[in-house]
Design a protein around this ligand. Structure first.
Ligand SMILES: Cc1cc2nc3c(=O)[nH]c(=O)nc-3n(C[C@H](O)[C@H](O)[C@H](O)COP(=O)(O)O)c2cc1C
Length: 212
């Protein structure tokens, strides 16, 4: 099969995609059509994985009681994170909106099966964390595909992984990697929300490079 050629116009659009992919915390309430969401999850599975193990496990959380339990867990963990800060740091933190769990029409929990039969253990001997990293790759692929479809994704990590895993009644061997809010964004932006709210700024790229 002939590989596709990527045109300069596509390259420019791809850069726009990376620039406009956002962590979204303000969602419209209308649902993403089922086939669209299915397509995004299928695209996520094109991600690379150690030994071709494909350890990602996506759990769509539609049950209202389970969603409420996760939201309550976030509220609890977020209150604790706030209490651990003081002074202006605490008031800055209190002003942030760090999840869209109430508004987002879809919740997707992403787990990693860190001992999958698939892949036959290849590449995991010296770096067992590579299954988790593979799952992160799938999440990023999902995030980019969603952005292309005009769908927003917000990553929530201010939850207790053991409690949320129990709430979702999944295989005890699976590791919770991300809890995603998914839906149409209220206000697309090319600037991270934490930057817009004055919490943190992107550093110049070169600050992250070193030479040896
Ligand atoms: C591993 C990971 C965990 C994150 N956890 C949270 C979170 O709990 N709450 C939140 O509001 N944003 C969370 N984020 C989103 C980041 O704050 C966001 O990616 C960052 O500010 C850059 O903004 P951008 O994604 O819009 O470019 C998380 C992102 C990653 C990659």
């Amino acid at each position: 099969m002939t590989p596709p050629g990527f045109s300069p116009a596509f390259d420019a659009e791809f850069h726009d995609l990376l620039r406009w992919r956002r962590d979204v915390r303000h969602f419209r309430r209308d649902r993403v059509p089922g086939p669209v969401l299915d397509g995004l999850l299928a695209t996520a599975c094109l991600a690379p994985s150690v030994g071709l193990s494909e350890p990602w496990r996506f759990v769509r959380v539609d049950d209202p009681a389970r969603r409420r339990a996760v939201r309550d867990d976030f509220a609890h963990c977020n209150a604790r994170a706030l209490a651990a800060r003081d002074g202006s740091d605490a008031s800055d933190y209190a002003r942030l909106k760090l999840a869209g769990l109430d508004d987002a029409p879809h919740h997707v929990a992403v787990f990693s099966d860190n001992d999958p039969a698939q892949g036959r253990g290849l590449g995991r001997g010296t770096m067992p964390q590579t299954t988790t990293w593979s799952t992160v790759m799938a999440i990023h692929t999902f995030w980019l595909a969603a952005t292309v479809a005009g769908v927003g994704v917000g990553w929530v990590s201010i939850i207790d992984p053991a409690r949320v895993s129990a709430m979702l009644d999944v295989d005890p061997g699976w590791e919770l990697v991300a809890y995603l809010c998914v839906g149409y964004p209220q206000d697309p932006s090319d600037t991270p929300e934490l930057q817009r709210r004055g919490w943190e700024r992107r550093a110049p790229e070169r600050q992250h490079w070193i030479e040896r």
